[in-house]
Structure formats: C-alpha cells, structure tokens
Design a protein around this ligand. Structure first.
Ligand code: SAM
Ligand code: SF4
Length: 464
C-alpha cells in the first residue's frame, strides 16, 4: 500500500473510532455477474477500512448501492431503494449513502441524484472502485458530495475481496467493451476493452484452487477478445489452456462469448480440456439477420449456426445458452418468427430473455417502435413457453448418463441439493449438508423443465 493510501486508511479509522458503536457497512449489488464481482471488492475495501459488513441496511453507517445501467428496470429498483432510506437516514445522522457501478456513470442519473436525492453523498463510477477510501474520507472531512467517474485502467490487483462463497469464485479477465451494439449502454459506462495479464489471472486462479475453490467463473463483456492490446498478446483459448493446466478438481466456466469471435479453436480447447465446461453461453440476441445488422452485432445467423454445428459435430451433448432481446424497436412479427426458429434449431439449455429497454445515448434509443408493448409482451410469453418445452425435451439426452456436478446449496425441506453439471445444466439430487461445495458424480434419473434430477453415485466421489 502506498503511503497516501495507508494515510487515508489511518485517517478513516481515526474517524470510525469516534463512533459510539462498531461501524458497519452494507453493500448491495444489482445486475450482472461482473457487478456482483465488483461488489465483492467494495466489501473488501470497506472491511479493510474497519467496517463490519452487514446485510441489514438499518444498522449500517455506510450504504453502498452498486448498480447496473443495462436495463431501466434495474435502475428503477435502485432509485426505489434510495427513496425508501428516509427513516434509516433520520435515525442515523452519520449514515453515508453512496451509488457506485455503471449506473453512476450516467449523466442523467447523476442529475437526478443532485436534484431529488441530495443525501447521496458518494458517487463512484464503474472502474473507480479503488477510489472508494479517498471518496469516503472527503465526505468525512465535510465535502457535501464526492463524485469520481470513469477510470479507464484496470483495478489494482491488490484490492481486498470478500468472497461470497468458499467454493465458487468469479474472476474478471477483462473490463469494458468495444462493440457498441446499438441497444447497449455498456461501452459508454464501462469504457473500452482492457485485459488483465495472464500472470495475474493465473495467480488468482491458482490461489483460489489451492484454497479449495471448485468453480471458477471467468468474466468479461466479451471474453473472446481477451488479450488484445496486452504487451504480449494472448488469445482467450490460450488463456483457457494455461488455466486448465492447473492441477486440481474444479470446473472453469466463462461468460460472455461474442458470436463474432467464437472460433473452432475455442470449442476444441473446451472439449480437449480437463476442467472447462462443455457448454457455451453464446448470446444470439435475435433470430433475424436484418435486426442483427441494426443491432450492429457483426454476425449472421449462418455464421452463428456454424459455431453451434461445429460444437455439436464434435460432441452432440454440447450445451448452449443465450441472451435474447424481444422487442428491439424495429422487430416485426416476421423477425420474431426467426427468433422462434433459432430456439427450435439450437435447442438451448437455458435462455436469458430481456424485453428491449431504451438506453439514453445509444443508437437504438433514437429508433421508432414498429410494434406495440402488448405485441412484444405476447412474443415474450410465446418464447418462454416454447423454450420450457424445448429444454425439457432436449435435456432428456442425459437420462441414464453419469455426469459431474457441483452441489451449490441444499433445500432443508426437500433434502435436495441444487447445482450445475459440467455441461452447465441445473441438477437436483438428494444429499446432505456436507455435500455442499463438492464435485460429485451423479446418475441422471429424471428431467423436470430446465433441471435434471439425479442420484449421487456414493463411493465414486472424493473424501468418501
Ligand atoms: N457482452 C455480452 C454479449 O454481448 O453477449 C452481454 C453483456 S450485457 C450486460 C447482457 C445482456 O443484456 C445482453 O446480452 C443483452 O441481451 C441484454 N441487454 C443489453 N442491453 C439491453 C437493452 N437495452 N435492453 C434489453 N436487454 C439488453
Ligand atoms: Fe453490450 Fe454488445 Fe458489448 Fe455485449 S458486446 S456488452 S451487448 S455492447
């Protein structure tokens, strides 16, 4: 830690010592996995400064909302939370409320905060998280409102992190995005692509595996463009091979892959690996070439399906999931029929579906809607209903097979463990509390909607 950082920490600790109780901080993250991963760092920083972390906002001295800008709905939830803080603020005059993450990067959000939520005294943009201590200190010194916005570099590798799980961990490999899909706000609020070095990533992953972590989730807005711009350029498949060589019993997952950059080399690397999932999250967004062009996605359905066909020709069980936007402004019924055809063809295991949400500053926000909201809602219902049937039908391919699965949690009422297989499928199996956090061999005995049912093969698993 540099002198100034150490000084800032000491000064904050001195302030906290004047509190009549032990200081507490509450951090809540909204949105994507990357935001939750940032949230673990905000927690680490606050803990390092001397705050005890709490899940109860009522007892906090710092409340930090780490908010996502991708869709309006998530933003409204955060604004709602801020509005509901009135009684907590009245009870604790020391309370500092902060908004951070990519939502804080939007000028219209900051204007709204200035006008209607002046008690939000700390505003930190995505990528400015290591500035949290100095931001807090300036507020403690009396600054009415501290704003630090975009910081284009990489977060400090030494930032402390409070991980939510002992057996699953998210590891960002890159930040930002260069793609400028016309509906998406990410490039404006998270900046241009920049990658961590393979050495830093490998060191973090090795450390996690040595501590017993069983699932590493590599994160980036477009992981396939990982490595561009590094002093020694390295491709994402090369990074995967480097990580896969680490000894241990663990899965590697990653998201998201942009279809324009998903190569046969990526699929080959996954299939020949020891640890990488046999499942690709490959967001198609829409099943119409015309709309894909207007979305600025840089692939056609033909090239997208080539990747799907290639993977399935090598491994028929290979799984895909996708993001789909319904109701892009120029989407017609005919375009939507293309989306229905795509889900029939690919047979996704899982879909993340979104009603299009206009984002100020993006190109699509200027486009006129050609469909009504009722038509769009009806399309969404049809999509979800058909996808449920497809998942159930296609998941039957695993019936009777042996799969490996990570037990993530257990429902005490049913005694069922819930987790994911190496193929990325949700699986439920009867088990005990001590199975949580373990990789287990399971025989698939049933299929229910999007989930597999199974029986743990006792005797073949570790520590037995
Ligand atoms: N970089 C990833 C990719 O291109 O696949 C996705 C990251 S984005 C944060 C996650 C998903 O949010 C996108 O794949 C898209 O489906 C959805 N999304 C982004 N902007 C949206 C918008 N304005 N309205 C609705 N959904 C949106
Ligand atoms: Fe947004 Fe497109 Fe970048 Fe994904 S690739 S983050 S959808 S701009």
């Amino acid at each position: 830690m540099s002198d100034s950082r150490a000084q800032i920490r000491e000064e904050i600790r001195a302030v906290l010592e004047t509190f009549p109780h032990s200081p507490k901080a509450h951090v809540q993250s909204f949105g994507c996995q990357l935001n939750f991963c940032d949230g673990e760092k905000y927690k680490g920083i606050l803990q390092d400064l001397g705050y005890e972390l709490t899940d109860t906002p009522e007892e906090a001295d710092v409340i930090l909302y780490n908010a996502c800008a991708v869709r309006a709905h998530a933003e409204s939830r955060v604004i709602g939370r801020l509005g509901a803080l009135k009684s907590i603020r009245e009870k604790n005059p020391r309370l500092i409320v902060g908004l951070c993450g990519c939502m804080a990067e939007e000028e219209e959000v900051r204007a709204l905060l200035r006008k209607s939520y002046p008690f939000v005294r700390l505003v930190l943009g995505a990528g400015a998280m290591e500035r949290l201590p100095e931001a807090l200190l300036s507020v403690y010194r009396g600054e009415k409102r501290h704003e630090t916005l975009q910081f284009a570099g990489l977060p400090d590798e030494t930032l402390p992190t409070v991980r939510e799980s002992t057996f699953q961990a998210s590891v960002p490999v890159m930040y930002g995005c260069n793609n400028f899909c016309t509906y998406c706000i990410v490039p404006y609020v998270r900046g241009r692509e920049r990658s961590r070095t393979p050495e830093a990533i490998e060191q973090e992953v090795r450390g996690l595996i040595a501590q017993g972590c069983r699932e590493i989730l590599l994160l980036g807005q477009n992981v396939n463009s990982y490595g561009r711009g590094l002093e020694t350029e390295i491709s994402f498949p090369a990074l995967l091979r480097r990580l896969d060589a680490i000894e241990g019993d663990y899965f590697i997952r990653f998201m998201s892959s942009h279809p324009k950059d998903a190569t046969p080399e990526l699929i080959d690397t996954m299939l020949s690996s020891q640890h990488i999932e046999h499942h690709l999250h490959l967001p198609v967004q829409c099943g119409s070439d015309r709309v894909l062009k207007e979305m600025n996605r840089h692939y056609t359905l033909e090239t997208y399906l080539k990747t799907v066909d290639y993977a399935r020709s090598k491994s028929p069980d290979f799984g895909f999931s996708s993001d789909l936007i319904v109701g892009f402004p120029t989407e017609t019924d005919e375009d939507f029929e293309g989306t229905m055809r795509i889900i029939e063809y690919v047979k996704y295991d899982n879909l993340y579906t979104f009603i299009y949400s206009p984002r100020t500053g993006t190109k699509a926000a200027q486009m006129e809607f050609v469909s009504t909201q009722e038509q769009i809602a009806a399309r969404m219902s049809r999509l979800l209903a058909r996808q449920r049937e497809i998942s159930e039908e296609f998941n039957k391919r695993f019936l009777g097979k042996q799969v490996r699965f990570l037990a993530e949690k257990r429902d005490p009422e049913t005694g069922l463990l819930l987790g994911k297989t190496r193929e990325g499928l949700v699986l439920e199996a009867p088990g005990t509390e001590s199975d949580i956090g373990r990789l287990l061999d399971v025989k698939v005995t049933g299929v229910k909607n999007w989930a597999l049912g199974g029986e743990i093969l006792r005797g073949t698993n570790d520590a037995e």
